[in-house]
Write a protein that binds this ligand. Structure first.
Ligand code: SF4
Length: 253
């Protein structure tokens, strides 16, 4: 069967690797589910960080107040039209998100020299007509590429290691579509369980340590299996957090 969309993305590959059946529900059946408040906060944070970085690129860096106002407006506007599961109250989530963006502007952004922000890029995979697509958070003037994350707790080394596939994909997309050579890939992770004690951690990998062959192997494996219609269950711990667990238990395909 053909791919359900006319491109493959990191999110699709990650979902397939987590559980092929989950991929089936999400991308083949296109069953939409409510998003949880943590995901929602990440979306609003990225939008506000993009607001800040775009203006910085244009030479008019906004302050904390202006960026906070933008965050507040976006949070309320998006909350109105999005189905969200509030694990913590909406007010608590808002305060935590606002504290994140203030921390970003005050503690992280002054040292940044962005030349590109929140850019959707796609290009064909080598030797194939299939397109790979991704959205890059930021590339700086020194050709380092950053992905921002918001979370409740520090990432473990293992989690960082497992997450670099996303960055390899972005490196490939940037170099193929825009040109230039990405020298360093960085995760900047902002974390706290509440609106106080915000911290961030950074993890990076140098270009010479990027294994592109491995990346293509993983992408092609996912594409091949999707085209063959392999959507088996990967039952285990992740089922506890799966949006499709009720449907899954009563569905055979
Ligand atoms: S409940 Fe488990 S097996 Fe079923 S789709 Fe979700 S993760 Fe996969």
């Amino acid at each position: 069967m053909p791919l359900p969309k006319d491109y493959i993305s990191f999110n699709q590959i990650r979902t397939y690797r987590n559980c092929p059946r989950q991929y089936y529900f999400s991308y083949i059946e296109n069953i939409r589910t409510a998003i949880n408040d943590k995901v929602f906060l990440g979306v609003v944070f990225h939008d506000a960080a993009d607001f800040y970085l775009k203006q910085k690129i244009n030479g008019t860096t906004p302050g904390i107040e202006e960026t906070s106002e933008y965050f507040t407006y976006t949070f309320n506007k998006m909350a109105e039209k999005t189905e969200i599961i509030w694990n913590e109250s909406k007010e608590k989530a808002f305060k935590r998100g606002l504290a994140f963006i203030k921390y970003f502007v005050h503690d992280m952004a002054p040292g940044l020299k962005p030349m590109m922000t929140e850019k959707e890029i796609e290009c064909k995979l080598p030797g194939s007509e299939i397109k790979l697509r991704g959205i890059i958070d930021m590339v700086e003037e020194d050709f380092s590429l950053t992905d921002f994350k918001t979370t409740t707790a520090k990432w473990s080394k293992d989690r960082v290691k497992k997450s670099f596939l996303q960055m390899y994909i972005y490196k490939f997309l940037f170099e193929e579509s825009i040109g230039g050579f990405i020298k360093e890939l960085k995760f900047k992770i902002v974390y706290s369980k509440n609106a106080t004690g915000i911290k961030h951690q950074e993890h990076s990998i140098q270009a010479e340590n990027v294994d592109m062959d491995k990346m293509f192997e993983i992408i092609n494996f996912a594409i091949d299996n999707i085209e063959k219609g392999y959507f088996y269950k990967n039952e285990g711990y992740i089922c506890n957090f799966c949006d499709y667990k009720n449907i899954c238990s009563r569905t055979e395909i």
